[in-house]
Design a protein around this ligand. Structure first.
Ligand SMILES: [Zn+2]
Length: 114
């Protein structure tokens, strides 16, 4: 099974990641980022295991899930806030019109000779 590598945890790039091995017998595998120089060494027995180890990031995965959840909450609340602001604007306009009518009813003949 060929697993894609997650982006480098330091520079977030994927274009210069390579899985390397050291030694012919009992080879040790690791992942190197040739962009930022990050080296990830693990006790994997194969290239596939090295990729799995490199991609296993429970804290990062939990933080990304929390960020996605917060973005969703923000978008939802921002949408609700925009709807409330729109209603608020419409109500202010109606209030201004009613105040104008009240003023006219209280002083109907001001400025009018008849
Ligand atoms: Zn990097």
């Amino acid at each position: 099974m060929s697993e894609e590598l997650k982006p480098c945890p330091f520079c977030n790039r994927t274009d210069n990641l390579r899985v390397l091995s050291e030694g012919q017998i009992n080879a040790v595998f690791g992942v190197v980022c040739y962009h930022c120089g990050c080296q990830f060494h693990c006790r994997a027995d194969s290239e596939a295991d090295a990729k799995i180890a490199f991609n296993t990031r429970p804290i990062e995965d939990a933080l990304r899930a929390e960020i996605d959840q917060l973005k969703h909450m923000y978008a939802t609340q921002y949408g609700e806030l925009a709807a409330v602001n729109k209603i608020n604007g419409e109500l202010k306009h109606q209030i201004a019109n009613l105040q104008q009518r009240i003023s006219f009813l209280e002083h109907p003949a001001v400025g009018v000779e008849g």
